[in-house]
Design a protein around this ligand. Structure first.
Ligand code: ADP
Ligand code: ADP
Length: 226
């Protein structure tokens, strides 16, 4: 079943120049889909449109079979992880991870349980009372991922989450994200311009170019040299 369905999604920022030219895509339940393509091809715009952070000009976006193109981000069953982590500097890691649940009036015991489990999964339990400034880049990215996990969304959206990390951390976090996908059985859409990242993470890769999906297939099909 398609967990995320895009039908003829069109988007321009100025009302004239199309950035997305009628995107059709079906992302299946539990699959790890990576959007790749050169800078400026529309990856981030497409991801942000699925998240509801951008308004599309026309077309349909369904999450879990439900049209969401008119719903604000908080009413879509998604959680997004950003490249720059977007953590609250004055809150502890625990409160950073709990914030979205507090907004939704989740009971305190449930917050404790979910944050505890996510922290355990990401191996950051010992850091929960610290603030973001006291963390390394890799640790911050773990918190950002933890904040998404505690929401238990239907779909995870990752926007170039590893771009700010050095090569070794990138590799470490890549394995971490892959492990999380297997553990959670989650549907993930992940944007990167890094082919190695796409190859190692993806069940399926969507290759974008100039606002079109050129290919949508398994990595071995996409990078197979005839
Ligand atoms: P995003 O999808 O978040 O826009 P990009 O991969 O397009 O990320 O770009 C990442 C960063 O690199 C951005 O800050 C952007 O301004 C910059 N950038 C994009 N294209 C180029 C380019 N051709 N040369 C140099 N810097 C670029
Ligand atoms: P990618 O993520 O593949 O690098 P983007 O989705 O960031 O591509 O950008 C696609 C196109 O839309 C680019 O030409 C970019 O300059 C343009 N664009 C992106 N964000 C904005 C914005 N907020 N306002 C106007 N143009 C934008």
């Amino acid at each position: 079943m398609a967990e995320v369905l895009l039908r003829q999604v069109r988007k321009s920022y100025d009302g004239r120049t199309p950035v997305l030219h009628g995107i059709d895509l079906e992302v299946r339940h539990g699959e790890f889909t990576v959007f790749v393509g050169p800078s400026g091809c529309g990856k981030s715009t497409l991801l942000r449109s699925i998240a509801g952070l951008e308004t599309i000009d026309s077309g349909e976006i369904c999450i879990g079979g439900r049209p969401v193109q008119h719903l604000p981000p908080r009413l879509r069953d998604i959680a997004m992880v950003f490249q720059d982590y977007a953590l609250y500097p004055h809150k502890t890691l625990f409160e950073n991870m709990a914030f979205g649940l507090r907004l939704r009036k989740t009971p305190e015991a449930e917050i404790q349980r979910r944050v505890g489990e996510a922290a355990d999964l990401l191996k950051i339990t010992h850091l929960l009372q610290r603030k973001p400034a006291a963390l390394s880049g890799g640790q911050r990215q773990r918190v950002a991922i933890g904040r998404a996990i505690v929401r238990q969304p239907q779909v995870f959206l990752f926007d170039e989450p590893l771009s700010n990390l050095d090569a070794q951390l990138r590799q470490e976090m890549r394995s971490e994200i892959k492990r999380l996908h297997q553990r959670l059985g989650a549907t993930i859409i992940y944007v990167t311009h890094d082919q190695v990242e796409a190859m190692t993470l993806a069940d399926r890769i969507a290759v974008l170019r100039g606002g079109h999906v050129m290919q949508y297939d398994r990595p071995q099909q996409i990078y197979h040299q005839p």
